[in-house]
Design a protein around this ligand. Structure first.
Ligand code: 2YJ
Length: 273
C-alpha cells in the first residue's frame, strides 16, 4: 500500500453507499459479502458478531494522514460494527481502546497496517487481506477464474497474497515484477504450496496476451490503453491507478475494481472476526 494522501480518501465516508452499489453491479456481491468470502467466513457468521472495533491513530514515522482513521472507521461502521476512533494516539490509544472494551484494533504506521483481535490473537495484514479481497471480487467479475489466464503485476505483499488466492480459485497465473528475483521468490512460495505460476520478463508481450489483470504494483500507467479490449477485466488495488489515461474508468465501467481502502479494510475485519 502506497502511503495514502488526504485527497485519495476524503470521499470514502460519504460515498460508501454508491461504492457498494457499484461493487454489486460489477461483482454481484456487496462489500460485506466479498469480505466474508475472501476471509473464508459465512456472511451470517459475520452478521452474528458484535465486537467493539477501535481505530488507533499512529503518529510515528510520517505521522497522521488526515482523514485516515475516519475513513477506516467509516468502512467498519458501514459493515454494521460498533466503531470508535481513540482520542489518544499510539500507545495511549491502544490503552484507551482496551480500557473502553474494544475487542478489535485497527492501526497503521508507515510499514504495516494491521487489524488485531485482542481476544483470539488473530492478526490480519492489509497487504494480505487486500490481495484476497480483490481476487475474490475479480473472480465474481469474471464469473469464475477456473482455467482462466491472469496476469499479475507486482510480486510484493499484495501480489503474493493475490497469487495464492488466484491459484486457489483455479486461475492460470503469470507474474511480472520489475524485480525478477521478487517474481522468482513468489513462484517459490506458490510451488511450495503445491501450485504453479509462470514468471514473465517481457511486460509488453505479457500485457498483449492477457485480458484479465491484477495490478498489484505501485507504478502509474503500466497497463496502457492499447492493451485494453472489450473483454478486459482489471483488479487494481492501490493508488495510483496503474491503468493509463483519463477517462479510462468510464471506458472500463463495470470491469475495473479499484479503491483506496474499502476492500482491504473490509477483508481485514473478516479475517480477524
Ligand atoms: O494513523 C495514521 O493516520 C497514519 N499513521 C496512517 C499511516 C497509513 N500507512 C500507510 O499508508 C503505509 N504506507 C501502510 C503500509 C501498509 C502496507 N500494507
Amino acid at each position: 500500500m502506497t502511503r495514502l494522501k488526504e485527497k485519495d480518501i476524503n470521499q470514502i465516508a460519504e460515498t460508501l453507499v454508491v461504492y457498494n452499489n457499484d461493487l454489486v453491479r460489477m461483482t454481484g456481491c456487496t462489500l460485506k459479502e466479498i469480505a466474508a468470502q475472501a476471509s473464508g467466513k459465512k456472511i451470517d457468521y459475520l452478521d452474528r458478531q458484535n465486537p467493539l472495533v477501535a481505530v488507533v491513530p499512529m503518529t510515528c514515522g510520517q505521522g497522521i494522514i488526515e482523514g485516515f482513521s475516519e475513513s477506516v472507521a467509516s468502512i467498519i461502521t458501514y459493515l454494521g460494527f460498533r466503531t470508535v476512533i481513540t482520542n489518544n494516539s499510539d500507545a495511549g490509544g491502544v490503552a484507551e481502546a482496551v480500557q473502553e472494551g474494544a475487542e478489535i484494533l485497527f492501526m497503521a504506521d508507515d510499514h504495516r497496517f494491521v487489524a488485531i483481535n485482542l481476544k483470539t490473537g488473530k492478526v490480519s495484514d492489509n497487504g494480505d487481506a487486500t490481495g484476497k479481497g480483490y481476487v475474490t471480487g475479480l473472480k465474481h467479475m469474471c464469473q469464475g477464474l477456473e482455467g482462466k489466464h491472469v496476469l499479475l503485476l507486482g510480486a510484493g505483499p499484495v501480489g503474493n497474497s493475490a497469487a495464492l488466492t488466484l491459484v486457489r480459485y483455479g486461475a492460470l497465473v503469470t507474474v511480472f515484477d520489475i524485480d525478477l528475483s521478487a517474481s522468482q521468490r513468489l513462484r517459490g512460495v506458490i510451488e511450495e504450496l503445491g501450485y504453479s505460476v509462470q514468471v514473465e520478463t517481457d511486460l509488453e508481450s505479457a500485457l498483449a496476451r492477457h485480458q484479465i489483470f491484477v495490478d498489484a504494483c505501485p507504478a502509474e500507467n503500466v497497463i496502457e490503453l492499447r492493451y485494453i479490449s472489450k473483454n478486459t477485466k482489471i483488479a487494481a488495488p492501490g493508488i495510483p491507478l496503474g491503468v493509463q489515461g483519463l477517462g479510462v474508468e468510464q471506458l472500463l465501467t463495470d470491469r475495473l475494481l479499484h479503491d483506496p481502502l474499502q476492500i482491504g479494510v473490509a477483508t481485514m475485519l473478516g479475517e480477524v472476526l
